[in-house]
Design a protein around this ligand. Structure first.
Ligand SMILES: Cc1cc2nc3c(=O)[nH]c(=O)nc-3n(C[C@H](O)[C@H](O)[C@H](O)COP(=O)(O)OP(=O)(O)OC[C@H]3O[C@@H](n4cnc5c(N)ncnc54)[C@H](O)[C@@H]3O)c2cc1C
Ligand code: SF4
Length: 507
């Protein structure tokens, strides 16, 4: 009689809680590639190649470490297409007496796990996922008696808890946050680092062929696939980032440049989210670089804030908000997603750059996601659920727990401000300040109406006008509404008419 330990595609960590303290000889690990996971959104081909190849490599690593692993491929003739179906088949194959699993990363999979005790009539142990710094109970207790759930205060608690960049009770540099130093526009620099490229081995080639066959119509191409698919190679990319990109990470965190998809970002999120890299270990390595005088404080603090601040915080919000969070639509936005989100074919250069590199690399950095594709969706009133599904499909790091609060909450304000204190809405001026995109665009960022006017400008004022009833009382929106009030009526009418014309053409 065996203990069955199912491991999912985002649980590729050797220290996974379900494996801790188990007798290897008495266990069978089950890993399964199933249609229900590959088809719930039309995933980018590179995302699928990455996850499936990393799973296959992880299974081999576990076998080398002495575990028995039963691996079901997507193409196996008997594959039932669902995790529950595969558990049922594995119970038969291995005479299973009990199940032990690390908790699910999202509501959809949690519901499935919760159904297993009744369905299989054997003991099912669900262990907490201890790869996060903040437990569910801690986050819930943090939310108690708070009117607003702001990341900054949560982050300070995580600094105290982890001891990262702390000297006793005092934050290093006597300041919690150096974000004000992290908003510099970048200039092209020939010494700019690029992430490592890992040539696909035979295992990855197999997956590439299968994905190209089965998912021919999905976004992306696999000819340039170069993600790490093992922990060893992910650690190489981690070291490459620490040595070459981290020193400038802070300064240029918000910058965007034509033809430069990566700048000084880490490109580590796919590895962190699937379990190949340990986020706390990574943050400690960042602090070591800082303490050794190799990187400035705004880079080290800025990076650590993204991981133990934002990443932990959005996870907390995801579980706190409940399964119905996905249905939020506080601004009642209903416009369908324009086709160019899938093709990148638009004459708005900023959007064609952000979407173009998404198609090529399954990657865009935070400000591109928030202030280009997200900002446009917000201003144009695109349906937030459709926007969420797009983000979930197209990025190699996208899992619902981290993607949904970022897209629906932070970028679309669809949760009415549970996550963000104000909508991240901006006109072309912001994009022009933080990038060189506008100098390559057929639109003129300085014009507000007329055939050459940057669409973001009129759309911005249309957004302000359209949502006046819902946003005017927000103290952080006082300035835009003051400016709107001061505007001559004729200008208001012209701006709104221009925006309406644009939106009608959008479909
Ligand atoms: C609309 C939208 C959708 C997003 N969807 C995802 C997603 O599906 N998966 C995902 O991991 N991140 C998502 N993010 C957050 C962020 O954009 C990515 O984590 C980041 O771009 C990943 O690239 P990187 O590893 O080079 O990050 P870096 O810029 O190098 O940052 C370092 C690390 O910090 C963490 N991080 C930074 N910002 C965030 C954040 N807001 N939330 C959570 N973690 C963060 C990531 O682990 C990241 O690897 C989204 C942001 C927005 C605005
Ligand atoms: S001019 Fe407007 S549309 Fe063109 S790149 Fe700048 S912000 Fe984007």
């Amino acid at each position: 009689m065996a203990l069955l330990i199912p491991i999912f595609g985002d649980q590729l960590s050797h220290g996974l809680s379900s494996l801790a303290g188990q007798d290897k000889k008495a266990c069978v690990i089950l890993m399964a590639e199933v249609d229900e996971e590959t088809e719930y959104v039309p995933h980018h081909k590179s995302k699928m190649v990455y996850i499936l190849s990393a799973m296959r490599h992880h299974a081999n690593d576990l076998r080398s470490a002495g575990w028995t692993v039963d691996y079901v491929k997507l193409t196996d003739a008997e594959n039932s297409g669902s995790f529950t179906g595969e558990i049922a088949r594995a119970i038969e194959r291995h005479k299973v007496s009990a199940l032990c699993v690390t908790e699910a990363g999202e509501w959809r999979v949690k519901a499935m796990l919760d159904s297993w005790p009744d369905r299989f009539d054997i003991p099912v142990e669900i262990r907490p996922d201890d790869r996060f710094l903040c437990t569910h109970a801690e986050f819930e207790s943090w939310t108690k008696d708070r009117k607003q759930l702001r990341m900054e205060f949560f982050y300070r608690d995580m600094r105290r808890k982890s001891g990262l960049m702390m000297n006793g009770d005092t934050p290093e540099g006597e300041q919690w946050n150096f974000d004000a130093e992290n908003r510099k526009p970048a200039k092209r620099d020939l010494a700019m680092p690029t992430p490592l490229h890992f040539a696909p081995n035979a295992v990855t080639q197999d997956v590439i062929q299968m994905v190209e066959r089965r998912f021919a119509g999905n976004m992306g191409e696999t000819t340039k696939f170069g993600f790490a698919v093992t922990r060893e190679d992910a650690l190489r990319q981690q070291k490459h980032f620490l040595d070459h990109a981290l020193p400038n990470f802070g300064d240029y965190q918000d910058a965007m440049l034509t033809g430069e998809p990566f700048l000084w970002h880490s490109i580590l999120s796919p590895y962190i989210n699937s379990g190949l890299l340990d986020p706390l270990e990574l943050c400690r390595a960042v602090e070591v670089q800082y303490r050794a005088g190799k990187v400035p404080i705004n880079a080290a603090e800025g990076f650590i804030r993204q991981v133990i601040g934002w990443r932990e915080y959005v996870r907390g919000i995801y579980w706190h908000a409940g399964p119905e969070y996905v249905e939020s639509n506080a601004l009642a936005a209903t416009r369908p997603l324009p086709e160019f989100y899938w093709t990148g074919k638009t004459d708005m250069h900023c959007l064609s750059q952000a979407i173009g590199q998404t198609i090529e690399h399954s990657y865009a950095h935070h400000i591109q996601r928030l202030m280009i594709t997200g900002n446009f969706a917000l201003l144009a009133g695109l349906n937030p659920k459709e926007v969420h599904k797009w983000y979930l499909a197209v990025y190699a790091d996208a899992y619902e727990w981290v993607e949904l609060p970022n897209s629906l909450g932070m970028s679309q304000f669809a949760d009415g401000g549970m996550l963000a204190s104000k909508p991240y809405a901006a006109s072309g001026a912001y994009i022009n300040r933080m990038s060189d995109y506008c100098t390559h665009c057929s639109y003129d960022v300085k014009q507000r109406t007329g055939p050459k006017a940057c669409p973001f400008n009129a759309l911005y004022w249309e957004f302000i006008a359209r949502n006046e009833r819902k946003l005017r009382k927000n103290p952080r929106m006082a300035m835009p509404y003051k400016n709107w009030e001061r505007m001559a009526d004729a200008d208001k009418v012209a701006l709104r008419a221009h925006a309406q014309q644009f939106l009608e053409k959008l479909g």
